[in-house]
Design a protein around this ligand. Structure first.
Ligand SMILES: *[C@@H]1O[C@H](CO)[C@@H](O)[C@H](O)[C@H]1NC(C)=O
Ligand SMILES: *[C@@H]1O[C@H](CO)[C@@H](O)[C@H](O)[C@H]1NC(C)=O
Ligand SMILES: *[C@@H]1O[C@H](CO)[C@@H](O)[C@H](O)[C@H]1NC(C)=O
Ligand SMILES: *[C@@H]1O[C@H](CO)[C@@H](O)[C@H](O)[C@H]1NC(C)=O
Ligand SMILES: *[C@@H]1O[C@H](CO)[C@@H](O)[C@H](O)[C@H]1NC(C)=O
Ligand SMILES: *[C@@H]1O[C@H](CO)[C@@H](O)[C@H](O)[C@H]1NC(C)=O
Ligand SMILES: *[C@@H]1O[C@H](CO)[C@@H](O)[C@H](O)[C@H]1NC(C)=O
Ligand SMILES: *[C@@H]1O[C@H](CO)[C@@H](O)[C@H](O)[C@H]1NC(C)=O
Ligand SMILES: *[C@@H]1O[C@H](CO)[C@@H](O)[C@H](O)[C@H]1NC(C)=O
Ligand SMILES: *[C@@H]1O[C@H](CO)[C@@H](O)[C@H](O)[C@H]1NC(C)=O
Ligand SMILES: *[C@@H]1O[C@H](CO)[C@@H](O)[C@H](O)[C@H]1NC(C)=O
Ligand SMILES: *[C@@H]1O[C@H](CO)[C@@H](O)[C@H](O)[C@H]1NC(C)=O
Length: 793
């Protein structure tokens, strides 16, 4: 949840409340007992972490002095005992279950109960809450609450503020919600609520803020909402596309992510929404709303934030739009806009964010756009033509995205004027010429994406304070590798993509001095020389693609000590700082990676799943260093199309999570290591076109590597995978003593018989294995594997 939205909600929570607070007398004995019982419940729960002095607190000190507790005198006379009226549970303790709260519900005078962000789990208590009939403020946001919202909540008719956001609540919203006539703030966002929005919500005439965003609500937006004329903020966004689950399943090589669509709000935006005359902020994006964008939206005089992108909306061209408000945030991404950038925007002088990505806007960029001075300008994936007006690059500009348009010409020389620029994204256009030198003056720039244009030259900007994401791939940059990089400060560079250019020369040593490098792709250039040993010191390197160059020499054995690739990472949080930046909030976009031989698009936030070493298609020679078996986190390794000789090291069997392994088109000799049976996650194997001999290991994961192409074009391989009988395949030098013959035959026989019997099972098993990525025990041909090895020995 972004902070500005939370902020708006909290503002209303913190409206001042006037209570008579006297300090002389202690709280009511009943209330003190309730708190003591609460404490003793928590004492029984080892998971609790205590806050302030609650664990040490006892009846000898006033409960009204506890942090998080507010009392109020019952009578105006100051010597009567006080009752607890406000309780902020999180100030007492964290990490307990809802059941532990039960003593709290005896404090019936509570007006405000704040149990937000205190690691609370379980379902919302039913009976307990219904006792707190005086409650005006209930906040249980940011916990692990599950199950549905109990009906008892709708009986708390004095509630003014109800916040259950950021939990895992499911089920439907009851029509009883209409009972809560005094509600001013209703925030249920980021749960798993389903069903439709009950029309009774239109009875909550006092609502100022309503958010049901990030749920799985379906059905139409009830027209009764238009009765909520006090409403200032309405957020129904993202009731779709909210669960994004990454998939790296070998069988689906080109599917890097699977989008599971939740159900979502449908129907049109009710034109009557134009009656919400106090509305300041309207979020309806990421649903399946259809029909025209109602022109009544633009009649709302107080509206400053409008997010209606990523629906199925369109615009009625015969309706002239002339907003009666000044927007500060206008997000119309993928909203069916066509034609020129609409003229009505030229009057919008207060815009901070303009997002028109994924529309069909054409024509050139109008000069007035520059004069609006919008800090965040997002026009990616439209059909705009012409050049970038130099006047766009003013000091206000923070994020600019014109990627995927048809713009051309050179970049304006004054780009360095945009001294606040953080992201410059112009990939996929037809820009040409050199990069303007003044780019190097942009000290806040962290993302420079100029991929897939026609930029040329042999000079890179000498960044004074370099970006962390630099993508110049698919251009015509040429000349010896260093370009001007050594002069630049690239200490924060994490992502370096120069693939498909015309860079020559050797890999410079200073690459190894860039401490933050994680992802390096230099594929498809003309880089020569050997792989510098110091590269192996890069602490964070997780993805190195040097394929399709002219590298020579040996693979340095030191690469086996690349720190990041040595330890398995099943810990996503480690990576979530990647591309962490305020401006990335709008820009959680995709990276292009060469993954297992296919170009894929992944979300930057999922980058942690991709750990790869690709040295394919060079002229590397010598042996594969056994030390590479230490790269236990590696998921993809490709050394194909080189001149590697010698045997495949046994140690590669230690690459426990490798999913794709290609050593094809080399001159590798000897046998396929038996240790390959241990590669439990392997789904793609290519050993073709080498000089390998002997038995293909048949047990473990190798029993699923049944594509004969994986072994094609070798010297004398045999095994069931290529339907070559090992006994007849290795007739020349059979070292077996005659005494062993019978036994071996016996094993061989049963092994073959199993194959026939399991041929159907195999197909099923391969599918299962590729989906679950666990070795399937009933496919382990232990005996046969051993005997086959003996045969060839
Ligand atoms: C109550 O707490 C105070 C200070 O924390 C301590 O001195 C006192 O002994 C405690 N009394 C009881 C009855 O536990
Ligand atoms: C809710 O969470 C509790 C504790 O975390 C768990 O025991 C219970 O099974 C969950 N209930 C549902 C319906 O998911
Ligand atoms: C809510 O209050 C009504 C009237 O007092 C009562 O009949 C009903 O049982 C209550 N509902 C729940 C769920 O407690
Ligand atoms: C809005 O309120 C009016 C009067 O309170 C009521 O007659 C009408 O039915 C309501 N409209 C909707 C759509 O609920
Ligand atoms: C994946 O690749 C297959 C064949 O290579 C192709 O038919 C399919 O369309 C691709 N799927 C996606 C989502 O790119
Ligand atoms: C578009 O708006 C015009 C003017 O309000 C209206 O006459 C026309 O019916 C609308 N078009 C459609 C398809 O609804
Ligand atoms: C923009 O850059 C140009 C050339 O570099 C310079 O002459 C001009 O003064 C700059 N404008 C602003 C507003 O900084
Ligand atoms: C970069 O900025 C400095 C001072 O702000 C200025 O002197 C210099 O000319 C600028 N360099 C470029 C290439 O614009
Ligand atoms: C690379 O350079 C060669 C010769 O200089 C040229 O023929 C080729 O078109 C260039 N390729 C690219 C992608 O710029
Ligand atoms: C995840 O990684 C971070 C950073 O290395 C570490 O501090 C944290 O303990 C790890 N968490 C788990 C659950 O492994
Ligand atoms: C390995 O590299 C070669 C040459 O670059 C490429 O053709 C092939 O698709 C790659 N295979 C895998 C599985 O990565
Ligand atoms: C591979 O090495 C042999 C000799 O070791 C050499 O003749 C051949 O040209 C090399 N092939 C390539 C593609 O570098």
């Amino acid at each position: 949840m972004d902070s500005s939205r939370r902020g708006a909600i909290w503002f209303f929570f913190l409206l001042p409340h006037l209570y008579l607070i006297s300090s002389s007398l202690s709280c009511l004995p009943d209330h003190e007992k309730a708190l003591l019982r609460f404490k003793s419940k928590l004492l029984d729960n080892p998971q609790v972490s205590w806050r302030s002095g609650f664990q040490k607190w006892n009846s000898s000190s006033d409960c009204c002095n506890l942090e998080g507790v507010t009392c109020r005198g019952l009578h105006l006379s100051s010597d009567s005992p006080k009752s607890v009226v406000e309780l902020r549970v999180g100030a007492l303790a964290q990490g307990f279950s809802v059941a532990d709260l039960s003593p709290i519900f005896e404090i019936r005078t509570l007006i405000r109960l704040d149990a937000s962000y205190c690691v609370l789990h379980g379902g919302i208590p039913k009976k307990g809450l219904s006792r707190l009939s005086q409650l005006e403020h209930l906040d249980m946001s940011g916990n692990h609450l599950n199950d549905s919202i109990p009906l008892q909540i709708y009986n708390l008719t004095k509630l003014k503020q109800l916040d259950l956001s950021d939990n895992s609540l499911s089920g439907r919203l009851s029509s009883n919600i209409g009972n809560l006539r005094k509600l001013e703030v209703l925030n249920l966002e980021n749960n798993a609520l389903s069903g439709s929005i009950p029309p009774e919500i239109g009875k909550l005439f006092n609502l100022l803020i309503l958010s049901l965003a990030y749920n799985g609500l379906t059905g139409a937006i009830p027209s009764s909402l238009s009765n909520l004329t006090e409403l200032q903020k309405l957020d129904l966004s993202s009731n779709s596309l909210s669960s994004i689950i990454p998939v790296t399943i070998g069988a689906w090589q080109n599917v890097s992510e699977l989008y599971l669509q939740r159900n979502s709000l449908s129907g049109s935006i009710p034109a009557s929404i134009g009656k919400l005359r106090n509305l300041k902020s309207l979020h309806l994006s990421e649903n399946f709303l259809t029909g025209f964008v109602p022109s009544s939206l633009f009649e709302l005089k107080k509206l400053t934030a409008l997010y209606i992108g990523n629906n199925r909306l369109s615009w009625n061209d015969s309706v002239a739009i002339s907003p009666r408000c000044f927007f500060s945030e206008l997000s119309l991404q993928s909203s069916g806009m066509a034609g020129e950038i609409p003229w009505w925007l030229s009057g919008q002088k207060k815009l901070q964010l303009l997002d028109l990505r994924d529309n069909e806007l054409s024509g050139s960029i109008p000069p007035w756009l520059a004069y609006l001075g919008v800090p965040t300008l997002l026009f990616g994936r439209n059909m705009l033509t012409g050049v970038l007006p130099p006047s766009l690059f003013s000091s206000q500009l923070v994020v600019i995205d014109f990627s995927g348009n048809e713009l051309g010409g050179e970049l304006p020389k004054n780009i360095g004027n945009a001294s606040s620029l953080e992201m410059l994204v112009l990939s996929g256009n037809s820009f040409h010429g050199p990069l303007p030198e003044t780019i190097s003056n942009l000290s806040l720039l962290w993302m420079l994406d100029l991929a897939n244009n026609f930029f040329s030259g042999d000079i890179l900007p000498a960044f004074k304070s370099g970006p962390s994401h630099l993508d110049l791939s698919g251009n015509h940059f040429s000349g010896p590798f260093p370009m001007s990089m050594p002069n630049a400060n690239l200490n924060s560079l994490e992502f370096l993509d120069l693939h498909d250019n015309n860079i020559t020369g050797a890999l410079p040593l200073y690459l190894a001095e860039l401490p933050s490098l994680r992802i390096v792709s230099l594929r498809g250039n003309s880089i020569a020389g050997s792989i510098p040993v110091p590269l192996s010191k890069l602490q964070h390197l997780q993805f190195l693609d040097l394929s399709c160059n002219h590298l020579t020499g040996q693979i340095p054995s030191e690469l086996g000590s690349l720190p990041y690739l040595q330890f398995t990472h099943n810990n996503e949080s480690y990576y979530n700082d990647f591309f962490a930046s305020d401006s990335s909030e709008y820009y959680n976009e995709h990276l292009t990676l060469n993954w297992k031989g296919t170009i894929i698009y992944i979300r930057t936030i999922k980058i942690n799943l991709y750990l790869s070493l690709d040295l394919s298609n060079n002229q590397l020679s010598g042996q594969i260093p056994p030390s590479l078996g230490n790269l236990r986190a590696l998921k993809s390794l490709n050394f194909s199309f080189n001149n590697l000789t010698g045997e495949i090291p046994d140690s590669l069997g230690k690459l426990k999570v490798v999913e794709s392994l290609s050593l094809a088109h080399n001159m590798l000799s000897g046998e396929i290591p038996r240790s390959f049976e241990e590669l439990g996650e392997l789904t793609t194997l290519d050993l073709s076109s080498n000089k390998l001999v002997g038995n293909i290991p048949a047990g473990g994961q190798m029993s699923t590597m049944t594509n004969p192409d994986s072994y094609a074009n070798n010297d004398r391989l045999c095994g069931f995978q290529i339907a070559v009988d090992c006994e007849t395949a290795a007739p020349t030098e059979d070292p077996l003593g005659s005494g062993d013959d019978w036994e071996e035959d016996q094993t061989w026989f049963s092994w073959e018989a199993m194959l026939v019997g399991y041929s159907f099972g195999f197909v099923v098993a391969v599918v299962i294995v590729s989906f679950t990525k666990v070795p399937n025990p009933w496919l382990t041909f232990q005996g046969s594997g051993r005997s086959s090895r003996a045969l060839a020995a």
